[in-house]
Design a protein around this ligand. Sequence first.
Ligand SMILES: C[S@@+](CC[C@H](N)C(=O)[O-])C[C@H]1O[C@@H](n2cnc3c(N)ncnc32)[C@H](O)[C@@H]1O
Length: 299
Amino acid sequence: MKPECSDTPGQREPTSVIMSDADFAAFAQLIHAKTGIVINDAKRSMLVSRLSRRLRDLGLRDFGSYRKLLASGGDAKEHGAFISAITTNVTSFFREPGHFDVLAGMVPDFAARAQAGDRIRIWSAGCSSGEEPYSIAMTLKENWATLDRADLRILATDIDPGMVATARRGIYTAQQVGEDPSALLRQNVKRQSDGGDFAIDPSLRHNLRFEELNLLGPWPFNGMFDVIFCRNVVIYFDAPTRMGLWRRFAERLRPGGTLFVGHSERVDGDLENLLEPAGVTQYRRTDHPASASYSRASA
Ligand SMILES: C[S@@+](CC[C@H](N)C(=O)[O-])C[C@H]1O[C@@H](n2cnc3c(N)ncnc32)[C@H](O)[C@@H]1O
C-alpha cells in the first residue's frame, strides 16, 4: 500500500529519469482536473517517484512519453494505473474510533425507522481498500439485532480502481488487521486456511456495495443518505473543490443526517446553514431547504 505522504525508501526515482518543470506542471494540472488532488512543489519528489514506477512498468524512457500516452486517452487501463499511482490510500479498521461509537448510538433510531418502513442508507465516500465500510458494517451488525429485516445499504466508493478491487476482495494481511485487533474485528475476520491473510466474514457483505466513483464527477444515484463518511479525502483538495463537495454532500443528506470528516478536516465555506457542527469532525444536516437539486432528489 502507498504511504500517506512519502514513499518507501529504496523505491526512489531512478536517477536517470528527470521530470522537467513543464512535465511537472502538466501532470499537476492533469491530476487536479481528473481528481481534485493538489500536487504542489512539496509533493514533487513523491510524484516523480510514483510515476517513475509507471515508466519502468511500461518501458518508457521519459515523462514526456508518458504524458503523450495519457493525453492520447486510448488506454483506459493505464488511466486507472495512473490514478492508483497518484492517490494516497492509507486507512485502517476503526480509524478514528469515536465515529463508530457515534454510529452505534444511531442504531436505535435506524432500527425504529426501518421497522416503520424507512430505508437506511450509508455512504463511505473515498473508502480506499475497504477497512472503513467494513468497520461500518461490523458496528451495525454488532449493535442492531433486527438488522437482517431492515432495508439497509452501505455504498462504498473510491476513484482508485485498484483499491475498489481490493475492498471487494475483502482479504487483509495480519499487518492490516493489526497486532491487537478489537474483539469486534476478531469476530469478523477469519484466518485463511494457509494461515496467512484474513478474510472478512461474508455476512458483512450482504448490504455492502463497492463502486468506482470520482467524487468530482456525476453521482449516478438519486437517493438520500442518513450518514456519509468522507474522511481523509478532501485534505488533498483545494478550497473551491472541497467546498463544492461539502455542498453536494449536504444536498444528499436527509435532514438530521450526519457527515463525518477526517480528524484534520473541517466543513468550510458558505453552505447557507445546510450543515451544523455536531462534534469536532461531525456535522448534522439541518432542516433548511437546500437548492432545487435537494428538492428533486428528496421527492
Ligand atoms: C487516505 S484515503 C482515506 C480512506 C478512508 N476514508 C479513511 O479515512 O481511512 C483517501 C482516499 O480518497 C480517494 N480519493 C482521492 N480523490 C478522490 C476523488 N476525486 N474521488 C473519489 N475518491 C478519491 C483515494 O483514492 C483514497 O483511497
